[in-house]
Design a protein around this ligand. Structure first.
Ligand code: GLN
Length: 475
C-alpha cells in the first residue's frame, strides 16, 4: 500500500478503495516484519483493529468523520494512554499502566485517529541515540549499524519504515528534530506551551514539548492543529489562538523571504557533506528569490552547557516520584523503607538517568546553586533576547539539524559529553522556547540522511511549516 500523505489515504478511505481495517492490518503486518528492530515497545493489535472496524462502521453509517479519520499513528512511550503500558523505556516503569489519557491523545482520538502502539525511546527521553533504552537498540532505517537518533528514535524509525503514518514524540532539547534528521523525515517541535503536556511524563518541565514526526509538512500541520491549544489541565499551555495552519503555510513565498544564516551554525568542525548539502539548499532558495542574511548568535556551546545544567536540575526533581512506592518497579532486596527507596531506584534506573539525577542534585545544592544553576538561567535569558532580536531582522533561522550524519551504534556510548554535542544545533530553540523543525534534504555521499533545521518566532508554526515545505525535495 503506497500512501503519499494522509490526504491520499483519506481519499482512498472515502472512496471505499480501502477500509480502515485493511490499513491497520497492513501496518500491523509491517510492524511484525520489523519486530527485531525494537521500534515498538507495545503494539495494540486488538485495540487498533477494533477501532478500525468501528471507524469503518462510522463511514458506512454516513456519520461525521474527524479530521484524522483512519490515520494510523504511533505514540512515544512517555505519553499516557489509559489502560496501556507507559514504560518511558525504563525498567522502573516496566509494568506500569497509565490510569488516564494525555490531552494530546484525547484530542487525536476525538478526530478519529487510530493508535497502533507505543514506540521505543531513550529512557525518560534522555539521550540522542535510543541506546539508553531498557528495551533494546533501534537501528537506523538507512544503515542498520547506525543509530536512528533519539530520544524519539522509535517514533522516527516507525515513520521512516512505514510502520505508522505519523508518530508523536517529545522534544526537550532536540528529541523530535534530531531523530527526524537521522531518519529522513519531518520533525516539528512547536512553541513551548503550544501543546498541552498533560499526560507527557516530565523530564525537564520548562523545556518539554510534544512534537510530530511525519513524512511531510502537511501531515505535521494537520496533526499539530488538532493537538494545539489551551488545556485547563496544563497551566503552561498557551491560550494563543490556534490558526489555520494550512492557510498560513500557503501564504509563505520564497520570493523576498529573509533567511538568517548564523555563522555559529557552520563551524569549522561541521561535517563537510552536511555543510555542503545544507548550504546547497540555501543557495537554491536564494536563486529562487530568498535573501540570505548573515547573522550572529551566541555560541551554541554555551547553550549546551546551560541546557545540561537546567534539564538535569529539573529532571532530578521530576524523577523523585519514582521511589518504588508510588509507581512501577519495587526492589525485593530491601530490609527497611530507606533501603527500599535506594534499591528500587538503583535497580530500576539506567546509567544515563542516574548520571543526570546526580548532576541535577549537585547543581541545585547549596554552595553550587549560584555558580551553576543561577548562571545557566542567566545564559538562558541571554539566548532568549538574542534570538528574539535576530528574528526581528529575519523570517527564519537556518542551519543543519545535526553536526554529523547518523553515527554508529556504540560509537558514543562511552563518552557522554560527545553524545551531548549531538544536540548542539537543536538545543538553542529549546532554551528559548521557539518552534523549530527538521526537514529532510536528501542523502550524503554515504547514503545517509541530512536534515535542515529551521527556527521561527513564537507561535509561527504555520510559517515555519510553509518554509520547510518549500525546502523538502518531493518524495
Ligand atoms: N538529547 C537531548 C538530551 O539527552 C535531548 C533529549 C530530548 O529532547 N528529550 O537531553
Amino acid at each position: 500500500m503506497k500512501l503519499s500523505s494522509y490526504e491520499d489515504l483519506r481519499s482512498k478511505l472515502l472512496s471505499h478503495e480501502v477500509t480502515c481495517e485493511e490499513v491497520v492490518r497492513f501496518y500491523l503486518k509491517r510492524i511484525d516484519d520489523y519486530r527485531d528492530d525494537n521500534i515498538y515497545i507495545t503494539v495494540f493489535y486488538e485495540h487498533a483493529l477494533e477501532r478500525a472496524r468501528s471507524l469503518d462502521q462510522k463511514l458506512k453509517a454516513g456519520s461525521h468523520l474527524g479530521k484524522l479519520f483512519g490515520m494510523p499513528m504511533a505514540i512515544k512511550d512517555n505519553i499516557a494512554l489509559k489502560g496501556e503500558r507507559l514504560t518511558c523505556a525504563s525498567k522502573i516503569l516496566e509494568n506500569y499502566e497509565s490510569v488516564f489519557d494525555a490531552t494530546s491523545v484525547i484530542r487525536l482520538e476525538e478526530e478519529d485517529a487510530i493508535f497502533l502502539g507505543k514506540t521505543n525511546m531513550d529512557e525518560f527521553a534522555m539521550g540522542s541515540s535510543n541506546e539508553n533504552s531498557a528495551y533494546g537498540n533501534v537501528p537506523n532505517p538507512f544503515d542498520k549499524k547506525r543509530v536512528p537518533g533519539g530520544s524519539s528514535g522509535g517514533s522516527a524509525a516507525a515513520v521512516a519504515n512505514d510502520l505508522a503514518m505519523v508518530a508523536l514524540g517529545s522534544d526537550t532539547g532536540g528529541s523530535v528534530r534530531q531523530p527526524a534528521g537521522f531518519c529522513n523525515i519531518v520533525g516539528l517541535k512547536p512553541t513551548y506551551g503550544r501543546i498541552s503536556r498533560y499526560g507527557l511524563v516530565a523530564f525537564a518541565s520548562s523545556f518539554d514539548q510534544i512534537g510530530v514526526l511525519s513524512r511531510n509538512c502537511d501531515d505535521a500541520a494537520l496533526v499539530l492543529g488538532v493537538m494545539a491549544g489551551k488545556d485547563g489541565r496544563d497551566a503552561t499551555s498557551s491560550c494563543h489562538v490556534v490558526p489555520e495552519y494550512y492557510s498560513e503555510m500557503a501564504n509563505v513565498s520564497v520570493e523576498g523571504l529573509k533567511i538568517g544564516v548564523p555563522k555559529e551554525y557552520f563551524p569549522e568542525s561541521l561535517n563537510p557533506d552536511v555543510a555542503s548539502i545544507v548550504k546547497g539548499k540555501l543557495f537554491e532558495l536564494r536563486d529562487q528569490g530568498a535573501e540570505l542574511v548573515e547573522i550572529t548568535l551566541p555560541d551554541s556551546k554555551y547553550a549546551i552547557a546551560a541546557y545540561y545544567i537546567l534539564v538535569t536540575a529539573e529532571a532530578s526533581s521530576n524523577l523523585a516520584r519514582f521511589d518504588g512506592a508510588r509507581y512501577g518497579y519495587r526492589s525485593q532486596n530491601a530490609g527497611d523503607l530507606a533501603g527500599m527507596y535506594v534499591n528500587s531506584r538503583t535497580e530500576g534506573f539506567g546509567r544515563e538517568v542516574k548520571r543526570r539525577i546526580m548532576l541535577g542534585t549537585y547543581v541545585l545544592s547549596a554552595g553550587y546553586y549560584d555558580t551553576y544553576y543561577k548562571k545557566a538561567q542567566q545564559v538562558r535569558r541571554v539566548f532568549q533576547e538574542r534570538y528574539r532580536e535576530a528574528l526581528e531582522k529575519v523570517d527564519v533561522i537556518a542551519g543543519p539539524t545535526s553536526p554529523f550524519p547518523p553515527f554508529g551504534i556504540g560509537d558514543k556510548t562511552g563518552d557522554p559529553l560527545e553524545m551531548y554535542l549531538a544536540d548542539v544545533f537543536t538545543v538553542p530553540a529549546s532554551i528559548v522556547g521557539m518552534p523549530a523543525i527538521s526537514v529532510p534534504l536528501g542523502f550524503d555521499s554515504s547514503s545517509l540522511p541530512v536534515g535542515m533545521h529551521l527556527i521561527c518566532n513564537f507561535f509561527e508554526e504555520g510559517k515555519l511549516l510553509g518554509i520547510a515545505r518549500r525546502m523538502q525535495p518531493s518524495l
